[in-house]
Design a protein around this ligand. Sequence first.
Ligand code: GLU
Length: 469
Amino acid sequence: MSVKTRFAPSPTGSLHIGGARTALFNRLFARRHGGEFILRIEDTDAGRSDEKFFSEIMDSLRWLGIEWDDDQTLRQSERPDIYREYADELLASDDAFRCWMTPEDIEEERRFCKEHGKIFRYNRDWAERGKKDGAPFALRFAVPRDGATVAVDDKLRGKTAFETDDIEDFVILRPDGMPTYNFACAIDDALSGITHVIRGDEHLVNTPKQILILRALNLPVPDFVHLPVILAPDGSKLSKRHGAVSVADFRKRGMLPSALANYIARLGWSCGDEEIFTMAELEEKFDLGGLGTSPSHFDEKKMLWVNGVHIREGKTDIIEPLRREFADMGLDVSPADAEKAFSLLKERAETVVEMAEKGAFLFRDEVEFDAAAREKFINGETLPALEAVLGAFSASGGGFDADGVKAALSSVTEKTGMKLKQLAQPLRVALTGRTESPGIFEVAAALGGEKAVRRVERAVNIAKSGGRQ
Ligand code: GLU
């Protein structure tokens, strides 16, 4: 039987890294076994579903390189008739029953139990309480009351037995005819021929319900894998208050898709002590045997480190994302110039955003000075150094590569007796506006002779004017 997996997000929020990991593992597992991976949108809760999240989730998945194999994405809200048909079958076999209780009635029972120190549990005897002609009703699954257990044989954590007595008669169709999550999910997994359901372990409690539904309908039960949760570094549940958690946020912060997918894959999965993978390598190496059973901790530093490695090792196209970042800063940078910025900064930036921020000086018309740097290094004291450099740069004509710049500066130190150190920092501030940058020879070369001369000239004028320019 060939493997088929699915990712089944509810469009009630952005795609978070937990969801992205689920999607990634499902896709990798299918690929590894030559199978199929599909996307299903679980949008039967009209009140909480939003079209905006539907497209955002799809965008985030595509951006991460998690493509799905079906062109026609299944949307549960478009299939109420199918669920109704199966619900009728359950009704006919007495595996489901009608319940007229209103949410207010249930709430009242809940309050009563609370007041009397009892644990609230739905009681099948209440089902007909509000019954009258035309009154809306829900359909509930009649959980067998025979003291049996439902065993979930998880491929990662082994068997967990759930006592049916602990499972209440849960709603399968709401009064408006829409199915609940457990019902639609079980039916669709079976109808789509899903062989493996890989999802977060918050769904482990739902699995026995889904197994009961499938058994009652004589539908195939897939294999299950419940992934351990991803925690924040402090051990609490990862949430917005820990900073970015959605794929869209990480994208905005300059993560590369290949690096984010790489980092996410390592949350709960390992392959010896390897850390760096391309998507193709993940597809080749991923298997369930590498999954761990303990929670993983989100570690931003490590994520950025992985991003830095992907940047340095050119694991993915970086020129286009970098050009987009520059464009967001109002800088129209050609692919060749972006390539130049990349070579200059690849050892110094962990994200594309950081790279663009550090490289913007190359493309601005005028240097934007850091005020303290300007005051300290562009002044009467450094004026002789700046003037000497200006002379050497102006005389150097063409040949303005890193070696040429080095030669020009050496000629200055020889002639004037100044140390390279005395020249380098004023020159750095003159060229970049800041006290930190890549090597000064490379920076000057990347700017090119003409721009470098113009900037040193401006610094000379500022220094002459006592900083008033
Ligand atoms: N719609 C569910 C969710 O977003 C899917 C759970 C499942 O994979 O079965 O959590």
